[in-house]
Each structure stands twice: as C-alpha cells, then as structure tokens.
Design a protein around this ligand. Structure first.
Ligand SMILES: [Zn+2]
Length: 156
C-alpha cells in the first residue's frame, strides 16, 4: 500500500529482525495513522536531500521492538521514527548536518535526530511528534565507548 508519493506501508513496516524471527509487524489503526504521518515527514527529508531514501526501520510492533532491544517508549514503537540511509547524498554525518541546518532554517521539524554509529557506516534516526509543539529538536550522535553506547550532543 502506497502511503505517500515515495513511501509504502511495506517499507515502513519492514524489519530484518521480524523477518529473521518470524515475528508479525502489523500496525494497529492508530499506529497506521502515525506511520502515514511519518511517511509525510520523510517526503520532506527526501525533498531536502534530493535523493532516494533507503528505509531500514520505521514501525516496530512490541515483540519486534523487544527483539531488537529497543526502549519500550521508543518512537519506533508508535511508528513515529524512521531509521534510514541515503547513500546518493552522502554518509550519515553529512545527512545529519544537512537536516540539522535545515531545521535551524525552518525547512523541517523533528523531535530527535540521531547520527547512529557514523564511524562504522551507521544510519540516521529521525523521530517526530504528532504535535509539532512537542518536538524537542534534539540532535545527538551515538557511538560505542568501551562496548557501550554513548550519546553525545550534536553531529560529531
Ligand atoms: Zn531509530
């Protein structure tokens, strides 16, 4: 099912973990509305980057979220976050810097932008709130320090 011009429900509910473990990753009605909202936000991301987006993960049903070790309150649980790459634009740092500047220019709004493990390829996590006023505009970089995940402020 096509949600927006460039994003389908199939890609927004795809999960390598769900496939591997045979877990169902089907959203409920409210979650589907959130996914549709996120797909709309991702059209803005795609416009800003000017290249196709490769979605790694958007919605995660409870069992899928547990399987990947996600926080119980992860925005992915509600279909309000998207992990992606856009290799035709550049690496994940370049993408995060572009989106951070675009937010400062008022061209996009988000709750959280995380540059996830850029030293090993990584991916971009972007999260949204349904109410724009609730967006925290948090920009972080995740990296491994002594085997543990540490978050630092900004794109570094
Ligand atoms: Zn994520």
């Amino acid at each position: 099912m096509r949600l927006t011009e460039h994003f389908s429900l199939e890609e927004m509910t795809t999960s390598a973990m769900a496939t591997r473990q045979g877990l169902s990753n089907v959203p409920g009605a409210d979650e589907l509305e959130n996914i549709r909202y996120t797909a709309g936000r991702m059209e803005v991301v795609r416009d800003l980057l000017g290249v196709p987006i490769s979605v790694l993960s958007c919605f995660r049903a409870e069992a899928v979220n547990q399987a990947v070790g996600g926080s119980p309150t992860s925005a992915h649980r509600y279909g309000l976050a998207c992990d992606f790459r856009a290799p035709a634009f550049g690496d994940v740092r370049a993408i995060c810097r572009k989106l951070n500047v675009a937010r400062q220019q008022g061209l996009i709004d988000f709750d959280q932008l995380i540059c996830e493990f850029p030293d090993t390829g990584g991916w971009v996590h972007i999260g949204f709130r349904r109410s724009a006023a609730a967006n925290r505009h948090q920009v972080l970089t995740a990296r491994k320090e002594n085997g543990r995940t540490a978050y630092v402020s900004g794109v570094v």
